[in-house]
Write a protein that binds this ligand. Structure first.
Ligand SMILES: [Zn+2]
Ligand SMILES: [Zn+2]
Length: 304
Protein backbone atom coordinates (compact mmCIF):
# COMPACT_ATOMS: atom_id res chain seq x y z
CA UNK A 1 0.00 0.00 0.00
CA UNK A 2 1.42 3.38 -0.88
CA UNK A 3 2.09 5.88 1.88
CA UNK A 4 -0.70 8.13 0.69
CA UNK A 5 -3.27 5.40 1.21
CA UNK A 6 -1.99 4.04 4.49
CA UNK A 7 -3.18 6.68 6.94
CA UNK A 8 -0.02 8.73 6.48
CA UNK A 9 0.21 12.36 5.62
CA UNK A 10 2.94 13.89 3.48
CA UNK A 11 3.85 17.56 3.89
CA UNK A 12 6.15 19.09 1.28
CA UNK A 13 7.59 22.55 1.86
CA UNK A 14 7.42 24.00 -1.63
CA UNK A 15 8.41 27.55 -0.72
CA UNK A 16 9.99 28.68 2.55
CA UNK A 17 10.87 32.24 1.59
CA UNK A 18 9.59 35.76 2.03
CA UNK A 19 8.73 38.64 -0.35
CA UNK A 20 12.42 38.92 -1.24
CA UNK A 21 13.06 37.17 -4.57
CA UNK A 22 15.39 34.29 -3.72
CA UNK A 23 16.33 31.42 -6.00
CA UNK A 24 16.86 29.12 -2.98
CA UNK A 25 13.66 29.96 -1.16
CA UNK A 26 10.55 30.45 -3.24
CA UNK A 27 7.39 32.21 -1.97
CA UNK A 28 5.27 30.60 0.72
CA UNK A 29 3.62 27.37 -0.39
CA UNK A 30 3.09 24.03 1.34
CA UNK A 31 1.66 20.87 -0.20
CA UNK A 32 -0.27 18.56 2.11
CA UNK A 33 -1.13 15.13 0.68
CA UNK A 34 -3.56 12.87 2.55
CA UNK A 35 -6.48 10.64 1.66
CA UNK A 36 -5.54 10.90 -2.00
CA UNK A 37 -5.98 14.69 -1.94
CA UNK A 38 -3.42 17.34 -2.93
CA UNK A 39 -4.05 20.46 -0.84
CA UNK A 40 -1.99 23.58 -1.43
CA UNK A 41 -1.56 26.04 1.43
CA UNK A 42 -0.56 29.44 0.06
CA UNK A 43 0.72 29.83 -3.47
CA UNK A 44 3.70 32.14 -3.38
CA UNK A 45 6.19 32.83 -6.14
CA UNK A 46 7.25 29.66 -7.93
CA UNK A 47 4.62 27.31 -6.48
CA UNK A 48 3.94 25.88 -9.95
CA UNK A 49 7.63 25.17 -10.50
CA UNK A 50 7.99 23.37 -7.18
CA UNK A 51 4.80 21.34 -7.74
CA UNK A 52 6.14 20.25 -11.09
CA UNK A 53 9.48 19.35 -9.53
CA UNK A 54 7.73 16.96 -7.14
CA UNK A 55 5.64 15.48 -9.94
CA UNK A 56 2.25 16.93 -9.02
CA UNK A 57 0.41 18.28 -12.08
CA UNK A 58 -1.06 21.74 -11.46
CA UNK A 59 -4.48 20.39 -12.34
CA UNK A 60 -4.18 17.76 -9.62
CA UNK A 61 -4.47 20.37 -6.85
CA UNK A 62 -7.86 19.75 -5.23
CA UNK A 63 -8.04 23.02 -3.27
CA UNK A 64 -5.95 26.06 -2.36
CA UNK A 65 -6.03 27.57 1.14
CA UNK A 66 -4.66 31.09 1.64
CA UNK A 67 -3.46 32.27 5.04
CA UNK A 68 -3.74 35.92 3.95
CA UNK A 69 -3.44 38.11 0.90
CA UNK A 70 0.17 39.31 1.09
CA UNK A 71 1.62 38.79 -2.34
CA UNK A 72 4.43 36.51 -1.15
CA UNK A 73 1.60 34.04 -0.41
CA UNK A 74 -0.50 34.57 -3.54
CA UNK A 75 1.80 35.62 -6.41
CA UNK A 76 2.12 32.04 -7.64
CA UNK A 77 -1.62 31.43 -7.79
CA UNK A 78 -1.92 33.07 -11.21
CA UNK A 79 0.46 30.47 -12.64
CA UNK A 80 -1.08 27.48 -10.81
CA UNK A 81 -4.44 28.66 -12.13
CA UNK A 82 -3.62 29.55 -15.73
CA UNK A 83 -1.04 26.86 -16.49
CA UNK A 84 -3.24 24.32 -14.71
CA UNK A 85 -6.03 24.48 -17.27
CA UNK A 86 -3.67 23.77 -20.16
CA UNK A 87 -4.24 20.15 -21.19
CA UNK A 88 -0.51 19.23 -21.20
CA UNK A 89 0.66 16.64 -18.66
CA UNK A 90 1.81 19.40 -16.29
CA UNK A 91 -1.71 20.92 -16.16
CA UNK A 92 -4.74 18.84 -17.03
CA UNK A 93 -7.26 20.46 -14.69
CA UNK A 94 -10.73 19.13 -15.43
CA UNK A 95 -12.80 20.80 -12.74
CA UNK A 96 -13.11 24.16 -11.02
CA UNK A 97 -10.46 25.01 -8.42
CA UNK A 98 -11.74 25.98 -4.95
CA UNK A 99 -9.75 28.78 -3.28
CA UNK A 100 -10.24 29.26 0.45
CA UNK A 101 -9.17 32.54 2.02
CA UNK A 102 -10.12 35.38 4.34
CA UNK A 103 -12.95 37.81 3.61
CA UNK A 104 -12.32 39.36 0.20
CA UNK A 105 -11.02 36.15 -1.41
CA UNK A 106 -13.38 36.69 -4.35
CA UNK A 107 -11.41 39.85 -5.28
CA UNK A 108 -8.47 37.58 -5.98
CA UNK A 109 -10.38 34.78 -7.72
CA UNK A 110 -12.61 37.10 -9.80
CA UNK A 111 -9.61 39.30 -10.63
CA UNK A 112 -7.53 36.36 -11.81
CA UNK A 113 -10.33 35.00 -13.97
CA UNK A 114 -10.73 38.43 -15.52
CA UNK A 115 -6.99 38.87 -15.98
CA UNK A 116 -6.68 35.63 -17.96
CA UNK A 117 -9.68 36.09 -20.23
CA UNK A 118 -7.31 37.22 -22.96
CA UNK A 119 -5.20 34.12 -22.45
CA UNK A 120 -8.26 31.92 -22.94
CA UNK A 121 -9.41 33.89 -26.00
CA UNK A 122 -6.03 33.64 -27.64
CA UNK A 123 -5.02 30.16 -26.58
CA UNK A 124 -7.69 28.67 -28.81
CA UNK A 125 -7.38 25.19 -27.42
CA UNK A 126 -10.79 23.62 -27.68
CA UNK A 127 -9.83 20.93 -25.18
CA UNK A 128 -9.88 23.48 -22.34
CA UNK A 129 -13.19 22.99 -20.57
CA UNK A 130 -14.88 26.08 -19.23
CA UNK A 131 -15.18 24.37 -15.87
CA UNK A 132 -11.41 24.00 -15.58
CA UNK A 133 -10.98 27.78 -15.95
CA UNK A 134 -13.17 28.55 -12.97
CA UNK A 135 -11.87 29.55 -9.53
CA UNK A 136 -14.42 29.14 -6.74
CA UNK A 137 -13.94 31.49 -3.78
CA UNK A 138 -14.68 30.18 -0.30
CA UNK A 139 -14.54 32.65 2.57
CA UNK A 140 -12.80 31.22 5.60
CA UNK A 141 -14.04 31.67 9.15
CA UNK A 142 -12.62 30.08 12.26
CA UNK A 143 -13.50 26.41 12.58
CA UNK A 144 -13.69 23.52 10.13
CA UNK A 145 -13.51 24.85 6.58
CA UNK A 146 -12.98 21.64 4.58
CA UNK A 147 -13.81 17.98 5.04
CA UNK A 148 -13.31 15.30 2.40
CA UNK A 149 -11.88 11.78 2.17
CA UNK A 150 -11.12 11.74 5.88
CA UNK A 151 -9.14 15.00 5.73
CA UNK A 152 -10.25 17.89 7.91
CA UNK A 153 -8.90 21.43 7.57
CA UNK A 154 -9.56 23.75 10.49
CA UNK A 155 -8.84 27.48 10.35
CA UNK A 156 -7.84 29.55 13.37
CA UNK A 157 -7.32 33.29 13.63
CA UNK A 158 -3.85 34.76 14.01
CA UNK A 159 -2.47 38.27 14.41
CA UNK A 160 -0.21 39.61 11.64
CA UNK A 161 -1.06 43.31 11.52
CA UNK A 162 -4.10 45.37 12.52
CA UNK A 163 -5.16 45.63 8.90
CA UNK A 164 -4.45 42.04 7.85
CA UNK A 165 -7.02 39.25 8.08
CA UNK A 166 -4.96 36.16 8.71
CA UNK A 167 -5.56 32.52 9.45
CA UNK A 168 -3.45 29.54 10.33
CA UNK A 169 -4.57 26.04 9.38
CA UNK A 170 -4.59 22.67 11.09
CA UNK A 171 -4.92 19.61 8.88
CA UNK A 172 -5.99 16.29 10.42
CA UNK A 173 -6.10 12.88 8.77
CA UNK A 174 -6.23 9.40 10.31
CA UNK A 175 -4.76 10.51 13.62
CA UNK A 176 -2.00 12.55 11.99
CA UNK A 177 -1.89 16.34 12.16
CA UNK A 178 0.08 19.29 10.88
CA UNK A 179 -0.37 22.93 11.83
CA UNK A 180 0.70 25.81 9.60
CA UNK A 181 1.01 29.16 11.40
CA UNK A 182 0.98 31.35 8.32
CA UNK A 183 2.40 34.84 8.90
CA UNK A 184 1.75 35.86 12.48
CA UNK A 185 3.13 37.62 15.49
CA UNK A 186 3.54 35.30 18.46
CA UNK A 187 -0.04 34.20 19.07
CA UNK A 188 -1.26 31.76 21.74
CA UNK A 189 -3.95 30.60 19.31
CA UNK A 190 -1.23 28.87 17.28
CA UNK A 191 -0.10 26.93 20.36
CA UNK A 192 -3.71 26.06 21.19
CA UNK A 193 -4.33 24.75 17.66
CA UNK A 194 -1.06 22.82 17.66
CA UNK A 195 -1.36 21.14 21.05
CA UNK A 196 0.15 17.66 20.69
CA UNK A 197 0.18 17.73 16.88
CA UNK A 198 2.72 15.83 14.82
CA UNK A 199 4.29 18.83 13.07
CA UNK A 200 4.07 22.57 13.67
CA UNK A 201 5.37 24.63 10.77
CA UNK A 202 5.92 28.15 12.09
CA UNK A 203 7.17 31.40 10.64
CA UNK A 204 10.08 33.26 12.25
CA UNK A 205 11.86 36.59 11.92
CA UNK A 206 15.04 38.08 13.33
CA UNK A 207 17.00 41.33 13.03
CA UNK A 208 20.75 41.44 12.54
CA UNK A 209 22.59 42.72 15.63
CA UNK A 210 23.97 45.67 13.65
CA UNK A 211 20.39 46.88 13.14
CA UNK A 212 19.02 46.00 16.55
CA UNK A 213 17.82 49.57 17.10
CA UNK A 214 16.19 50.02 13.69
CA UNK A 215 12.79 51.54 14.36
CA UNK A 216 11.02 50.19 11.25
CA UNK A 217 12.22 46.63 11.74
CA UNK A 218 11.41 46.64 15.47
CA UNK A 219 8.18 48.53 15.51
CA UNK A 220 6.62 47.62 12.19
CA UNK A 221 8.04 44.38 10.77
CA UNK A 222 8.63 42.48 14.00
CA UNK A 223 5.22 43.50 15.35
CA UNK A 224 3.72 41.22 12.71
CA UNK A 225 6.17 38.35 12.99
CA UNK A 226 7.52 35.95 15.61
CA UNK A 227 11.02 36.08 17.08
CA UNK A 228 12.95 32.84 17.62
CA UNK A 229 12.44 33.11 21.39
CA UNK A 230 8.70 33.69 20.99
CA UNK A 231 8.42 30.76 18.60
CA UNK A 232 10.29 28.61 21.13
CA UNK A 233 7.70 29.48 23.78
CA UNK A 234 4.91 28.38 21.43
CA UNK A 235 6.72 25.10 20.63
CA UNK A 236 7.34 24.54 24.35
CA UNK A 237 3.63 24.92 25.06
CA UNK A 238 2.27 22.92 22.11
CA UNK A 239 4.91 20.15 22.22
CA UNK A 240 4.58 18.97 18.62
CA UNK A 241 6.63 15.91 17.67
CA UNK A 242 8.55 18.14 15.29
CA UNK A 243 8.76 21.92 14.96
CA UNK A 244 9.82 23.44 11.65
CA UNK A 245 10.71 27.01 10.79
CA UNK A 246 9.53 28.42 7.49
CA UNK A 247 9.10 31.94 6.05
CA UNK A 248 12.43 32.81 7.63
CA UNK A 249 12.67 36.61 7.67
CA UNK A 250 16.32 37.64 8.01
CA UNK A 251 16.35 41.42 8.46
CA UNK A 252 17.58 43.59 6.83
CA UNK A 253 17.25 40.87 4.17
CA UNK A 254 18.62 37.66 2.71
CA UNK A 255 22.28 36.95 2.99
CA UNK A 256 23.07 39.98 5.12
CA UNK A 257 20.55 39.17 7.84
CA UNK A 258 21.07 36.77 10.77
CA UNK A 259 21.97 33.26 9.66
CA UNK A 260 19.43 30.46 9.79
CA UNK A 261 21.78 28.67 12.20
CA UNK A 262 21.77 31.63 14.59
CA UNK A 263 17.97 31.78 14.45
CA UNK A 264 17.78 28.06 15.28
CA UNK A 265 20.28 28.48 18.12
CA UNK A 266 18.29 31.33 19.67
CA UNK A 267 15.13 29.22 19.63
CA UNK A 268 16.85 26.07 20.92
CA UNK A 269 18.04 28.02 23.98
CA UNK A 270 14.38 28.11 25.04
CA UNK A 271 13.02 24.85 23.62
CA UNK A 272 14.25 21.32 24.19
CA UNK A 273 12.18 19.50 21.54
CA UNK A 274 13.00 18.66 17.94
CA UNK A 275 13.32 21.79 15.83
CA UNK A 276 14.63 22.16 12.29
CA UNK A 277 14.74 24.89 9.67
CA UNK A 278 12.63 24.09 6.65
CA UNK A 279 14.07 24.32 3.16
CA UNK A 280 12.36 24.26 -0.21
CA UNK A 281 11.44 20.71 -1.27
CA UNK A 282 11.88 19.26 2.22
CA UNK A 283 9.37 16.43 2.71
CA UNK A 284 7.87 15.52 6.09
CA UNK A 285 6.31 12.06 6.29
CA UNK A 286 3.80 11.87 9.14
CA UNK A 287 3.30 8.19 9.97
CA UNK A 288 2.10 6.11 12.87
CA UNK A 289 5.75 5.49 13.69
CA UNK A 290 6.57 9.18 13.93
CA UNK A 291 7.70 11.99 11.68
CA UNK A 292 10.37 11.23 9.12
CA UNK A 293 12.22 14.08 7.46
CA UNK A 294 13.36 13.71 3.88
CA UNK A 295 15.68 16.70 3.40
CA UNK A 296 15.04 16.95 -0.32
CA UNK A 297 12.20 15.59 -2.41
CA UNK A 298 12.94 13.32 -5.32
CA UNK A 299 12.70 15.77 -8.16
CA UNK A 300 11.31 14.80 -11.55
CA UNK A 301 12.70 16.23 -14.78
CA UNK A 302 9.22 16.80 -16.13
CA UNK A 303 5.76 15.37 -15.71
CA UNK A 304 5.17 12.99 -18.57
ZN1 LIG B 1 2.31 38.51 5.43
ZN1 LIG C 1 4.71 36.46 4.14
Amino acid sequence: MSELNSGSMVVTLLGTGTPQPDIERFGSATLVQAGGLNLLFDAGRGASLRLTQVGVPLGAIDAVFLTHFHSDHTAGLADVYSSGYIPGPFGKRTKALPVYGPEGVEELTDGLMMAFRGDLRERAIKAISEESTRLVPNQVREGIVFEAKGVTVTAFGTYHHDFARTFGYRIDYAGRSVVLSGDTAADPRVADAAMGCDVLVHEVAAIDASMADNDFFNNVVMKGHTSPEEAAAIFQKARPKLSVFTHIVQLPGGNIGPSVESILARARDHFDGDLIAGTDLMVLHLTQDGVHVQPHAQVVEAIA
